[in-house]
Design a protein around this ligand. Structure first.
Ligand SMILES: [Fe+2]
Length: 418
């Protein structure tokens, strides 16, 4: 670790306590740089789903922290991840967000690479020494790439734990999300909704895995409407849990929630539930049906929220991009996927009932942490009653903050490790 990084690492221990965090973790640009080095450039980062690059030559541009990368399916069908940087003078070899290409040509001096990453040839190569071998100038692969059920993750560090170890207890809940398709297959083919908010990246997981508490205030109208339709009594509190899953991962678990919908299910929904029951058995089929879908955060940049996957991209200490991609299910009646899209639009779309309020509240939060009179943010709700599990995870009531306490302890460990 560099000297500056070491100095900051010492301070981290003073900024995070079991039940509170210091405002500096949201607003200090030096800590943001350290987060990129210590977290995003070391751990497994979610990049894309297989279904975004279905054909040979398909690619999407992504980032690992601040480092630009390309996820591309070569003409041999293999998905590879390269740093998006020409080996000549470091220009982006790919400037489009997505597309299909047999070759990638750097716009600056025309160096051209195959979709396997090999340098086809430098341009005007008569002046290069004959000993220059194009094999030595291919695009640089990202050191580690692994998939989990079609979800592509990468790590910019050559060493570290495997993806399986990283996902840990979160795997069970990724399965619960992906098994909502009776074929166990999802498609991120419905387009992407890009959001930019002027607040720190860590506010997004804190806000997304916490409907129980803030929902009573900033989503009061929407929750009232949903509950009147589903017959749910949200204030009963007994049915919803927040969990810290270790590894920085967090969960809102709705499997115990009782719904008493006033409308009978449509024909398509009945058919869907029957297929789920046949595939997975009655009990699991219940957990897989729409209202029971969990909200899951896979550290540090993946979220699943009811209808969609969120991929988070930090920009600076007080600016973040987040990409919402509705999650369509393979092997279901078309009406089910149409329902997912309509619910997505009305809840999470640009004029939806939920997301615009969350974005607004995070931006106000970022302004709030600039006030330095009393620096500590308090996350102590339910600390006396959290249930600690053998693996180090915790379970709390729906409005408790045990999951946030777990997240911050994990963050402190990563930020201060050598
Ligand atoms: Fe919210």
């Amino acid at each position: 670790m560099s000297g500056a990084a070491a100095a900051s690492a010492v301070e981290i221990g003073q900024l995070i306590r079991p039940d509170r965090v210091h405002g500096r973790v949201y607003r200090d640009p030096a800590l943001f740089r350290l987060e990129m080095e210590q977290i995003f450039h070391k751990v497994w980062v979610y990049l894309a789903h297989d279904s975004e690059v279905p054909n040979n030559g398909d690619y999407v541009r992504r980032q690992i922290g601040l480092q630009p990368v390309i996820v591309i399916r070569g003409s041999d069908g293999v998905v590879r991840v390269f740093f998006n940087r020409c080996r000549h003078r470091a220009n982006l070899v790919c400037n489009h967000e997505r597309g299909n290409a047999a070759t990638l040509r750097c716009p600056y001096h025309g160096w051209t690479y195959s979709n396997h990453g090999d340098l086809v040839a430098p341009t005007f190569d008569e002046a290069y020494e004959p000993t220059l071998r194009s094999e030595d100038f291919g695009l640089t692969p990202v050191p580690r790439v692994q998939s989990y059920r079609g979800l592509i993750f990468a790590s910019a560090s050559a060493t570290g734990i495997s993806l399986e170890e990283h996902l840990g207890a979160a795997r069970e809940f990724l399965d619960l999300i992906l098994d909502r398709s009776p074929e166990g297959r999802i498609e991120l083919s419905a387009g992407v909704q890009k959001m930019r908010y002027l607040a720190n990246w860590k506010m997004l997981p804190e806000n997304s895995v916490e409907g129980g508490y803030h929902g009573h205030f900033i989503h009061k109208f929407a929750f009232g409407l949903f509950d009147s339709r589903s017959g749910r009594d949200r204030l009963a509190h007994e049915e919803e849990w927040v969990r810290y899953l270790t590894g920085g991962h967090m969960l809102e678990d709705f499997r115990d929630v009782q719904y008493r919908p006033k409308q009978p299910p449509s024909g398509a929904r009945k058919a869907y539930l029957e297929t789920l029951s046949k595939t997975y058995g009655e009990e699991r089929a219940q957990s897989l049906s729409f209202g029971h879908a969990p909200i899951l955060f896979v550290f540090p940049n993946f979220l699943f929220v009811q209808t969609h996957i969120r991929r988070m991209q930090p920009v600076s200490v007080n600016e973040t991009y987040v990409y919402y991609q509705p999650m369509l299910l393979a092997g279901v009646p078309p009406e089910i996927n149409q329902d997912i899209l309509r619910i997505h639009e009305s809840s999470f779309g640009p004029a939806g009932f939920l997301s615009p309020d969350d974005i607004e509240i995070m931006e106000r939060n970022q302004i709030g942490v600039e006030a330095q009179g009393n620096e500590w943010l308090f996350i102590g709700r339910g600390i006396h009653r959290e249930e600690r599990l053998a693996d180090g995870g915790t379970i709390g009531h729906d409005m408790d903050e045990n999951h946030l306490r777990g997240l911050w302890q994990h963050y402190a460990r990563l930020m201060s490790r050598a």
